[in-house]
Write a protein that binds this ligand. Sequence first.
Ligand code: SR1
Ligand code: MG
Length: 401
Amino acid sequence: MTAYQIFTSEQAMRFADEHSELFGEHSKLSATEFGDGNLNLVFRVVNDKGTSLIVKQALPYARCVGESWPLSTDRARIEAEVLKLHARFCPEHTVEVLHFDRALSAILMEDLKQYDILRTALIKGKQFAHLAPQLANYLANTLFYTSDFVLTGPAKKAAVAQFTNPDLCLITEDLFFTDPYCNHERNTIHSLILPSARALWYDTDLQAEVAMLKADFLSKPQALLHGDLHSGSIFINNENCKVIDAEFGFYGPIGFDVGVLIGNLLINYVASPGVFKTPEEQSQQQHYLLTQIHTLWQHFADTFSQLQQTATQDPTLQNSRYQQRFLQQVFTDAIGYAGCELIRRTVGLAHVADLERISDAKQRAVCEIHALTLGRVLILERAQLDSITALLDKVQRTVAA
Ligand code: SR1
Ligand code: MG
């Protein structure tokens, strides 16, 4: 067993070569570190025929901050195990893990170089009809098959223990639910929206609802979540999408994964006036996003409900009234978490390119204020928004106001 050491390109190359047959003998390999994420090292290893694989290694600290923010490298084990389990239930939309080395905290996986990152594609205005149905499939299958509907009590408890992820959950607990609602030094707030950001620090009605959502995040282990399903964790091309980056995985509320994804589509929605030049392009993009959110929820709810009716193992949970109520609560939770994602990506530590790339500061401020207003409305009114049409109607009316 090799002791942990931070990979050089040379070591990443050797790791890939040792653990895959793909390159064949006598291959001339090269490796480049190209990760621009917040936490890890990511290498692309290529042979002289252009065949490539990805090596991802967890650093013992958060890359975006440095050694002053130590982080357990066990997140690489969690990521590899979540991806493998999700691939069992939805192989078509989960990146393939080829090898995992526990001591080195390194994962060898397929290279999705024929794909674009969804966030980049959205910013370029690329539209794909298969986005929502495919991701709905991924969500419904991975979440249903890791839940109490299928697992026995003892198996579920063992799974909760296997995927206990204290360090990365703490990041979400802080960055998602706490920092945006106080004057925290980790926050980044553009000066033009300071009054709107400051209003969040004194908004006790909002803070009470965020506390409810956080309490559920801490104590509702419904299914094995991806845990960070933003549009940078999804790759897409003309035929398919694939989910990557499951290091935040843990047992939590199903609405969290669904809501973070919806939240990211809504971030692109509020950013559209700053991203696209003409009003036609803007409204086309916004129409596309609303249609995708509609299909995402509808397809997710239909698939999950079908699975509840046909594949639930626990006799008590086969009750159809319970199953419908369960799904309605997932919807309510998802709206709340979507609202939190809108807010934390606007004023918290981890901003996103949809808003950051808007070069005109005044235009960016208008979009950012829309993100905060919409986030607040979704959190506060989530219980009244009882259908997907009600939600989309609320989005349009809030952002147009
Ligand atoms: C310090 S990590 C900041 C953010 O990046 C990750 O992708 C998560 O979204 C996290 O909140
Ligand atoms: Mg990530």
